[in-house]
Design a protein around this ligand. Structure first.
Ligand code: UDP
Length: 325
């Protein structure tokens, strides 16, 4: 059993993470400013409401608890917003992470699992992206995460903080028992929006761009179940205990689905009509992002439990039906 701090544990992925760790028998403290998260989603841990921008609150948190490791999932994560408001992204994602790292150093907490992203790669030059693919992010969100990855490498060399950067592809799905799911306000992500169109909470789904260089002209993404992200974080904690070094892993299934294919799978899972409209490309979106996650398979022993898109959408649909009720 470990004492763990989950920063951003009231958010979508963070809340699933807290439940996963609590179910595995760990003691979990959640630190979250509730700017996008929900207090009730953090109910499987002990919630401390506070802000990474406030060093005094961080000092108090680390003084009150002893942590074996930190999982840092707090960030602004919308590509379009990051293009429009980069200041928010560099402040939240980079400068606030420095505050967290300072608090960890001051209190001798030397292990970190960091939520990174496929957006650090930019436009892919290979069919599937490996960790050593060139890193040329094409939006401020990706650049902010890339910067933190560089900082973490330097912090390992200088201060001995070991970190695992987990580069998520497209996180989606929900806790299979229906206890947690994706609840962004406003929602911008494809799968919840498609399911809101299926349940009638929205009139249609808008497909952004139909002229990409892909088989059907819509963007290809690698959708990875949120529970599979959780298992990877747990394995990353084991890695940090075992290996005493820093590294990064891609987390995806290695399959690309187009926006139109996602909508088709959602029609078949839900049995509902999903009206489609088309709009211009969304700025900052690469045409395709598909993971080669063999490094995580080999070094972490990670195997996704829900690699099938229909299972992932079925879990998200169960959660959407509760929300729509
Ligand atoms: N997308 C879309 N309509 C929407 C929301 C998203 O066509 O209403 C597309 C988006 O352009 C991208 C894919 O769906 O190609 C996944 O977008 P999402 O926002 O879910 O995740 P991101 O790839 O930005 O992390």
């Amino acid at each position: 059993m470990a004492d763990l701090l989950v920063v951003g544990g009231a958010g979508y992925i963070g809340s699933h993470m807290v439940k996963w760790l609590a179910d595995a028998g760990h003691r979990v403290v959640v630190f979250d400013n509730l700017s996008t998260g929900h207090a009730d989603a953090a109910r499987f841990g002990a919630l401390v409401v506070g802000d990474l921008a406030n060093p005094d609150q961080l000092r108090a948190l680390f003084a009150a608890h002893r942590f074996d490791a930190v999982l840092h999932l707090a960030a602004a994560s919308l590509v379009t917003e990051s293009v429009q408001n980069p200041a928010k992204y560099y402040r939240n994602n980079v400068s606030n992470t420095l505050n967290l790292l300072d608090a960890m150093r001051e209190h001798g907490v030397m292990k970190l699992v960091f939520s990174s992203t496929a957006a650090i790669y930019g436009e892919p030059q290979t069919e599937r992206i490996r960790e050593d693919h060139p890193q040329r992010p094409i939006n401020p969100y990706g650049r902010s995460k890339w910067m933190v990855e560089q900082i973490l490498a330097d912090y390992d060399t200088a201060y001995g903080i070991h970190s695992v950067c987990l580069r998520y592809f497209n996180a989606a799905g929900a806790e299979p028992d229906g206890l947690l799911g994706e609840r962004h306000q406003p929602e911008t992500h494809l799968i919840p929006l498609v399911l809101q169109a299926a349940s009638g909470r929205r009139p249609h789904i808008t497909v952004f761009g139909r002229d990409y260089d892909t088989p059907d002209g819509s963007c290809l993404r690698d959708y990875i179940h949120v529970q599979d992200l959780c298992s990877a974080h747990a394995l990353a904690l084991d890695f940090l205990t075992r290996e005493q070094r820093s590294t990064a892993f891609n987390l995806g299934n290695g399959d690309g689905f187009s926006v139109l294919e996602v909508i088709e799978v959602a029609r078949s899972v839900t049995g509902h009509e999903i009206p489609v409209m088309y709009a211009e490309r969304r700025s900052g979106d690469p045409a395709r992002l598909i993971a080669d996650a063999s490094r995580a398979h080999q070094l972490l022993g990670w195997q996704p439990r829900y690699p099938n898109l229909a299972d992932l959408i079925a879990h998200a649909w169960q959660f959407e039906q509760q929300q729509a009720a």
